[in-house]
Design a protein around this ligand. Structure first.
Ligand SMILES: [Zn+2]
Ligand SMILES: [Zn+2]
Length: 142
């Protein structure tokens, strides 16, 4: 799975006329080691701690490329910051967030995914990635 994602990532870079640089490679590799949700500064800190010279700006600029190629997806966070997670562990999924206790329920629904594609097609819109979140109260907090 990680191999296929790396190919998708490389293909996207290629399509955009971008090079698979050392930094872009390292960012991809580092994300494979993270099993939890992360934010961009946290990812940057990992390089800093390891003494690698990858700038914060480079990490920030690489995120949209990773999103578009499906290597990572936006994840549920506390709303103050964007959180991401890699897609290869569980595949693409969406989130329900309890606004009271912040419990996160992950779900995947083929009908919703297909419907999104259909609607986008209807509007001649090319989706590169999406972030579908439902906010409300979990069973316990209702
Ligand atoms: Zn989805
Ligand atoms: Zn709750």
């Amino acid at each position: 799975m990680a191999h296929r994602l790396k190919e998708q990532y490389k293909e996207l870079l290629d399509k955009k006329g971008l090079t698979y640089t050392f930094e872009r490679k390292r960012i991809f590799e580092e994300i494979q080691k993270i099993s939890v949700h992360f934010h961009v500064d946290g990812l940057y800190d990992r390089f800093k701690k390891q003494g690698e010279r990858i700038s914060r700006a480079t990490v920030y600029r690489t995120i949209p490329l990773l999103l578009e190629s499906g290597v990572i997806q936006k994840s549920a966070g506390n709303g103050k910051r964007d959180f991401f997670e890699k897609t290869n562990a569980k595949g693409h999924h969406d989130h329900m967030i309890c606004v009271k206790c912040e419990k996160i329920i992950e779900f995947h629904n083929e009908k919703i995914e297909a419907l999104q594609d259909e609607i986008s097609k209807h509007h001649k819109f090319k989706v590169t990635f999406h972030d579908h979140r439902l906010f409300g109260y979990c069973q316990k907090c209702q």
